[in-house]
Ligand binder design. Structure first.
Ligand code: G1P
Ligand code: ZN
Length: 544
C-alpha cells in the first residue's frame, strides 16, 4: 500500500452553506471534486495526526463510494483511527453522539439532509468538530479558503474496506473500525427519557403511533427504539429501510413531502401519534390525530414540559431559537425565568451556547429541535420527548398544544418557500429590501405599523464572533413579524423563504386557520417585497 499524491486544480464553488457543502451527485462525481474538498478539510485541521475521526452518512446514492475514498484519504493524511458506521450509515445526531463519546477530533458526515437523493439527486459533506457539532464559521471559512488554492491531494492505494458488518481493519497505519452506530444512540436516549412510561403508553392497547422514516436513515434507529425497546407493534415504523434514493421521495418531514403519513393521520380512526424524520435523521415532524404541531410550537411545548422528562427534570439553563423561529418559546422562557437566545439560521450557531451551558434546549422552525445531549438537532429525540410528555400528562397531542396556547397565547406562524426561483432575481429582491430596511420605521401597512426593520446580525455571546446579513426582519408594533431570507442549503437556483408571525392572546381566536390569521401579513409581505413580480410565481411552492 503506497500513498499517492495526485495533482488537482481548485474548484471555485466549494463554499459550505448553512450545513456543509451540498451539490448534485453529478457535481460530486466530477474528477477530484470530492477529493479536493476532503483534502481541504484535512489541510484546515490544526493537528489531525494520529487522531480519531467518525465517518458516516445518511445512506444516499454515492455514500458508499465517497466513504471508500475518504477512508483512503484519511489514511494518507495521517489520521490514526476512523470509526465508520456499518454500511457507511450513521444518522447525523448519532454521529454527533459518537464523536462525543469517543472523544474524537471530529467527524465527516455525508448527507444532503432533506434534499432528494439518487444519481441525479443531491449529495453533501460536512465537517463536525470535537464537541460533536457542525464546524463553526471560522472552520468552514478556512476549508473554503484552502479549496481555492489546493493543488494536490493524498490518497492511499488500497482495496476497499468491507462495510457490511462490524469489524476491525488496517489501512496503512490507520485503524478502521466498522461499528454498529445504532446501539450507542439508543443507550443515550434511554438515559434521557422515561422508557418505562413510554412503553406503558405504547403497550396499553389505547394508544397507537406511526413513525415514517421516509426510507431514510432513521429506519434502523426507530425500529430498535420503538419496536424492540418500547414494545410498539412491528410495522409501527413505516418506510424503515434506508434506500439510496429514498424510494424516489423527498425525505423532508413536512405536510407536503411526508404526505403518506399525513394521509394516515388525518381521517377517521387514525393513530394517536404520528412522526416523521428527514434524510439524515436530524429533523422531525410531530402530528396528533388530525392535528399538526407547528415546529415553533413544538419547541415551546417541549421547553414548557421539560420538567416531566427525566433528563431535564432539574431545570433548563436557557433556550435558544433561530431568528426566524416564532417567539412562542420566548414566552415560556420569560415565564420560567431563564434566558432565550436568538441566533442566525443553522445549528452551528447553537454550539457555543450549548458548550457554555447557556442553553439546554434549542430549536428551529425548520422542523429541528435538540438539546445539549449532542450538538446536532435530533429527530428521534424530539419524537421521544413528545411521547414522554404525552405519557406523563395523559393528554392527547392536540390537548397539550391547545392548553399551551391557552396559557401563553398563540403565535400564529407560517413559512412560505418559493423554491428554485431565478437566483439573480432573488438576489435583486433581497438587495432591494436591504436598501429599504432603514426607512420603514413608522410606516403603516393596513392595520400594521412598522416598529423596526433590519438585516439581522448576531454577535456570539461566548466567542464574540459576528455573523451579518442573516435575514431581513420587519417587526410591527403589535409584535408581528415578517422575515425574508434566501436558503443556504438549496442546490438549484435560489429558494426564497418568507416567515410570517403574529401573536394572539385571545383564546377564543386560537381556532382560526393559520393562513387566514396571517392573511393580512401575507399580503403585506408581497406588497413590501414584490414577491410575485420578482419570482414570477403567484404562490409559494411549500407552505408550512
Ligand atoms: C435550512 C433550514 C435551517 C436548517 C438547515 C439545515 O436552511 O432553514 O433552519 O438549519 O436547513 O437543516 P436554509 O435552506 O434555510 O439555509
Ligand atoms: Zn437533516
Amino acid at each position: 500500500m503506497s500513498i499517492k499524491t495526485i495533482s488537482t486544480k481548485p474548484f471555485s464553488d466549494q463554499k459550505p452553506g448553512t450545513s456543509g457543502l451540498r451539490k448534485s451527485v453529478p457535481t460530486f462525481q466530477e474528477p477530484n471534486y470530492l477529493e479536493n474538498f476532503v483534502q481541504s478539510i484535512f489541510d484546515s485541521l490544526e493537528d489531525c495526526q494520529g487522531k480519531t475521526i467518525v465517518l458516516g452518512g445518511d445512506g444516499r446514492y454515492y455514500n458508499r463510494q465517497a466513504i471508500q475514498t475518504i477512508l483512503k484519504m484519511a489514511a494518507a493524511n495521517g489520521i490514526g483511527r476512523i470509526l465508520v458506521g456499518c454500511n457507511g450509515i450513521v444518522s447525523t445526531p448519532a454521529a454527533s453522539c459518537l464523536i462525543r463519546e469517543n472523544k474524537a477530533l471530529g467527524g465527516i458526515i455525508l448527507s444532503a439532509s432533506h434534499n432528494p437523493g439518487g444519481p441525479k439527486g443531491d449529495f453533501g459533506i460536512k465537517y463536525n468538530i470535537d464537541n460533536g457539532g457542525p464546524a463553526p464559521e471560522k472552520v468552514t471559512s478556512a476549508i473554503f479558503e484552502r479549496s481555492k488554492t489546493i493543488d494536490n491531494y493524498k490518497i492511499l492505494e488500497a482495496a476497499d474496506i468491507n462495510l457490511d458488518k462490524p469489524g476491525s481493519f488496517k489501512l496503512g497505519t490507520m485503524d478502521v473500525e466498522v461499528i454498529d452506530a445504532v446501539a450507542p444512540y439508543v443507550k443515550l436516549m434511554q438515559s434521557l427519557f422515561d422508557f418505562d412510561a413510554i412503553k406503558g403508553l405504547l403497550t396499553s392497547g389505547k394508544f397507537s403511533m406511526c413513525m415514517d422514516s421516509l426510507h431514510a436513515v432513521t429506519g434502523p434507529y426507530a425500529k430498535a427504539i420503538f419496536e424492540d425497546c418500547l414494545g410498539a407493534p412491528a410495522g409501527t415504523v413505516k418506510n424503515g429501510v434506508p434506500l439510496e434514493d429514498f424510494g424516489g421521495g423527498h425525505p423532508d418531514p413536512n405536510l407536503v413531502y411526508a404526505h403518506e403519513l399525513v394521509e394516515v393521520m388525518f381521517g377517521n380512526n387514525v393513530p394517536n401519534f404520528g412522526a416523521a424524520s428527514d434524510g439524515d435523521g436530524d429533523r422531525n415532524m410531530i402530528l396528533g390525530s388530525n392535528f399538526f404541531v407547528n415546529p415553533s410550537d413544538s419547541l415551546a411545548v417541549i421547553t414548557a414540559n421539560a420538567h416531566l422528562v427525566p433528563g431535564y427534570k432539574d431545570g433548563l439553563a436557557g433556550v435558544a431559537r433561530s431568528m426566524p423561529t416564532s417567539e412562542a418559546v420566548d414566552r415560556v422562557a420569560k415565564e420560567a425565568g431563564f434566558d432565550c437566545y436568538e441566533t442566525p439560521t443553522g445549528w452551528k450557531f447553537f454550539g457555543n451556547l450549548l458548550d457554555a451551558n447557556k442553553a439546554t434546549i434549542c430549536g428551529e422552525e425548520s422542523f429541528g429541535t435538540g438539546s445539549n445531549h449532542v450538538r446536532e438537532k435530533d429527530g428521534l429525540w424530539a419524537v421521544l420527548f413528545w411521547l414522554n410528555i404525552v405519557a406523563a400528562r395523559g393528554e392527547s397531542v392536540e390537548e397539550i398544544v391547545k392548553s399551551h396556547w391557552q396559557k401563553y397565547g398563540r403565535n400564529f406562524y407560517s413559512r412560505h418557500d418559493y423554491e428554485e426561483v431565478d437566483a439573480g432575481k432573488a438576489k435583486e429582491l433581497m438587495e432591494r429590501l436591504r436598501s429599504m430596511t432603514g426607512d420603514l420605521k413608522g410606516v403603516t401597512f393596513g392595520n400594521y405599523e412598522v416598529e423596526y426593520s433590519d438585516d439581522f446580525s448576531y454577535t456570539d455571546p461566548v466567542d464574540g464572533s459576528v455573523a451579518q446579513k442573516q435575514g431581513l426582519r420587519i417587526g410591527f408594533t403589535d409584535g408581528s413579524r415578517i422575515v425574508f431570507r434566501l436558503s443556504g442549503t438549496g442546490t438549484k437556483g435560489a429558494t426564497l423563504r418568507v416567515y410570517l408571525e403574529s401573536y394572539e392572546p385571545d383564546s377564543s381566536k386560537h381556532g382560526l386557520d393559520t393562513q387566514e390569521a396571517l392573511g393580512e401579513l401575507i399580503k403585506i409581505a408581497d406588497e413590501i417585497a414584490k414577491i410575485r413580480e420578482f419570482t414570477g410565481r403567484d404562490k409559494p411552492t411549500v407552505i408550512t
